[in-house]
Structures are given as structure tokens and as C-alpha cells.
Design a protein around this ligand. Sequence first.
Ligand SMILES: [Fe+2]
Length: 135
Amino acid sequence: MAAIKWDSTFSVSVAEMDQQHQKLIALVNELDDAMRQGKGKEVVSKVIGGLVTYTRTHFGAEERLLTQHGYPELDVQKKEHEDFVAKAAQFQVDYNSGRMGLSIQIMNFLSNWLQHHIKVLDKKYGPFLNGKGVR
Ligand SMILES: [Fe+2]
């Protein structure tokens, strides 16, 4: 995958969420770099761990914000988050146990999922939260 470059097309119009999305993208890019440079298992495992942990942190923060303001599509968000965390955590286990390597397919999955989720699903909560005074 090519490194993801955050630009305004990723903006969800809420500063805190934009910042967190930028960090998530940076972590996916870091993992992609580690794969391309053929970094060792210890390094890659650490990056995967960081990505999984931060994904949970971010989804938690996003869900709290949406819950707080009574976002009507919260369930759709939660479902997508849950599925993604389950997949990422499974990959983490498979990688650490040596059952699975870090591949272009995995990187493409992570990259495509993240970009699609932010640009399609997350962008929808922007106007809603802005309407509640959240910027
Ligand atoms: Fe989301």
C-alpha cells in the first residue's frame, strides 16, 4: 500500500477526532514502513501492539462522544468498531504466535478499512456534532 496521507478529505469537522484519526493513520503508515524495511518480529510486534491499543482508545473516545450527544447511528459505528478490533486483535495473536506474517494483503485491509471508515461512516457524524456545538 502507499502511505496514507491525511488531508482535508479525511476531516470529520471535529478537531479531536481529526487528531486521533491522524495518529491512527500514522500508526498504519509506521506498520507499512516496518514491513517494507523487513523489520524483525520484535519491532513489528510492537508496532502492531501500538496500533491495536490505540485503535481501542480512539474507538472508545469516539463512541463516548457520540453517546454523549445521542448520535442516532451509534450502533452502526459500534458494530464496525467491534468487528475491526476483533480482526486486528486476531491478527495480533496470529502474528505473535508465528501463524501468520505481515503481508501486503493485511496492510491493504487495514489501510482500506481505515480510509473507508473515516471517509464514509465517521464523516457522517461531523454535521450532527457540529449542530450540537462540537467542533
Ligand atoms: Fe468510527
